[in-house]
Design a protein around this ligand. Sequence first.
Ligand code: ASP
Length: 292
Amino acid sequence: MSRVLLTATWHFGRLAVERAFNLLEQGAPALDALEAGINAVELDESVQSVGYGGLPNRAGFVELDAAIMDARGHRSGAVAALRGFRRPISVARRVMEVLPHALLVGDGAADFAREQGFEQEETLSPSASEQWLQWRETQAPPADVEDNHDTVGMIIWTPDTIVVGCSTSGLKWKYPGRVGDSPIVGAGLYADEAVGAAVATGDGDEISRVALCARVVFLMEQGSSAQDACDEAIRYLMRKRSDEKGTPPHAAVLAVRADGDFGVAASYAKFPYALHDGHSLTMGERDAIVST
Ligand code: ASP
């Protein structure tokens, strides 16, 4: 197989990368591999922050965000606050391929998914429902911020392709209608054929406020390595958005430059990610950046 690099966020990134690599080996196009890899996580009920199994908003509804970007042609599609469909990345891909629009939200996104033949399904898993019922008793804010959210974000690079996508149920117990960084081009993901791609995970409100992934790609365009660009973009977020005690927002970013150079940075300790270089898959762990 010709040169290839796949990377994805979190422990469940392994599932996405394994599925995608499998398809690439069988000759599938990178976009198909990316979609299938992300679908694998979306359909895994045990993952409580993506697709089916994701934790609901305050009102008990699972609202899903996803986006996909094909660097070739600078094409993108996204859905946000989508209810009733378990594979939002596939709906996002259809937005990219069928509509002139970049993002559909809420009822419009669901109508479009139905029109396109996606099956409407229950998205609230029994476990998510039980947790929500318990939370409703106290309505306490999530105790552990790390436990509050996650996104599957994946980049597939080959010498002539860069595709990037992400999918999440967002923050648990979020306000209905809240949209995070994941479906926003420039915030949760970005790709430029001549430069490279980036994808983020973490506190999506803060990631959006600094257009994190656009910044990573811009820094690579200015000549930074993928690693330096990730480090500098996370430092920027920490400088701009740490709280009065100096605690930074939770965020991590993966990037691949157009020449295959890879980078990863996080604002907190032990961010896990999957990386496949075409020969083997490794699980990496990134330490936090401490100085801004
Ligand atoms: N960025 C996602 C959101 O805020 C959650 C995460 O990746 O942790 O919706």
